[in-house]
Design a protein around this ligand. Structure first.
Ligand code: ADP
Ligand code: TRP
Length: 321
């Protein structure tokens, strides 16, 4: 069974990315031949229009993933653009992709709804993503909830191609981590770079504490009991705390008579402790960038061998080889 996923290098990864997607990648790694993860720089081109920034983001994304626990002995890590077979397959898939399928996809639809004009790249984004998935004969694709629609597109395109040209692609399945659906941000909305409400996994610790102190809470009097399930501070804490500490916090909410400052401090401490080993690992990789480049080079080699095999299969099937 092959697991595959990609993440865009559009900025530093935040708690939403980690608990929504990256934690899943890490828990699913095991055999580097069967766990493929990549930095989706071709997708990022639809939003990042600054060469230097994109290059920096790609390296940061690789360092963040390695720091967070992606282990090159257990997974293949590479950069999307190093696999030229992917854009080649994208074209083949575009020729079997109805416009209507892409018109329903959320990134394009939302941009259009805001009255903005979309590039062909953004419109065709799900086809590139389908090529990413299908080209490695992927079985399972761990993602955040918002990406499930794109996995359906990949399945649809694989199905159409297979129907037209004979069995060529394996049909992938999406996978969402239980309870990870939506990590709230500082303002209680979904944590997202586009809302400016994020806490990064490797945020400077002082800045992190300051941000946590700003998290929106309600203004009910301190002595009143509160329902923890309706409080985003509690939801954030739940990601970091062990079962015992969480049960204690739950009881504290229900009893009342506490201040949110106290909870925020506990959250800051728990988050700091949680990411401490990752910080150390990241710093170590950052001090050995040659090692990181070797990891990415080897990853690209392994990925492109597989990609070439599947691309040739698709080319033969449709008659361009
Ligand atoms: P952002 O919204 O900050 O731009 P991305 O869209 O690049 O983040 O998301 C990368 C991955 O992280 C996706 O799989 C997405 O579903 C997941 N993700 C992002 N934000 C959250 C969140 N707040 N809760 C859960 N998962 C998230
Ligand atoms: N579109 C995904 C995101 O924004 C990133 C991505 C690109 C991806 N290609 C992929 C995810 C293939 C899974 C599989 O998060």
């Amino acid at each position: 069974m092959r697991v595959l996923s990609g993440i865009q290098p559009t900025g530093r990864f935040h708690w939403g990315n980690y608990f929504g997607a990256i934690a899943q990648y890490i828990s699913m790694q095991g055999d580097p031949n069967n766990a493929f993860y990549f930095v989706a720089d071709l997708h990022a081109l639809t939003t990042v229009r600054d060469a230097q920034r994109l290059r920096k983001n790609v390296l940061d994304a690789a360092l963040d993933l390695l720091g967070l626990g992606l282990d090159p002995a257990k997974a293949t890590l590479f950069v999307q653009s190093e696999i030229p077979q992917v854009p080649q397959l994208t074209w083949l898939l575009m020729t079997v992709c109805p416009m209507g399928l892409l018109e329903r996809c959320h990134a394009y639809k939302e941009k259009k709804a805001r009255g903005l004009t979309a590039d062909v790249g953004l419109f065709g984004y799900p086809v590139l993503m389908a090529a990413d998935i299908l080209i490695y004969d992927s079985d399972v694709v761990p993602v955040g909830e918002d990406q499930m629609q794109h996995i359906e597109v990949a399945r649809d395109l694989a199905g159409s191609f297979n129907h037209l040209f004979g069995e060529t692609f394996r049909l992938p399945k999406g996978s969402i981590l239980d309870g990870s659906a939506k990590v709230p941000g500082l303002d209680g909305e979904k944590m997202s770079k586009s809302y400016g409400n994020t806490v990064e996994c490797f945020e400077d610790l002082k800045a992190q504490r300051k941000k946590i102190m700003r998290i929106a809470t309600d203004s009910r009097p301190m002595d009143q009991p509160k329902d923890p399930q309706t409080d985003n501070l509690f939801h954030l804490y739940a990601n970091f705390a062990n079962a015992e500490d969480l049960a204690e916090m739950d009881a504290l909410y229900r009893r009342g008579g506490f201040g949110y400052g106290e909870v925020k401090k506990k959250l800051a401490d728990a988050a700091e402790a949680f990411f401490a080993p990752a910080r150390e690992r990241r710093a170590d990789y950052e001090a050995h960038l040659d090692t990181v480049r070797d990891i990415l080079r080897e990853g690209a080699k392994r990925a492109s061998d597989k990609a070439e095999e599947v691309l040739q299969r698709a080319q033969l099937a449709c008659g361009i080889r």
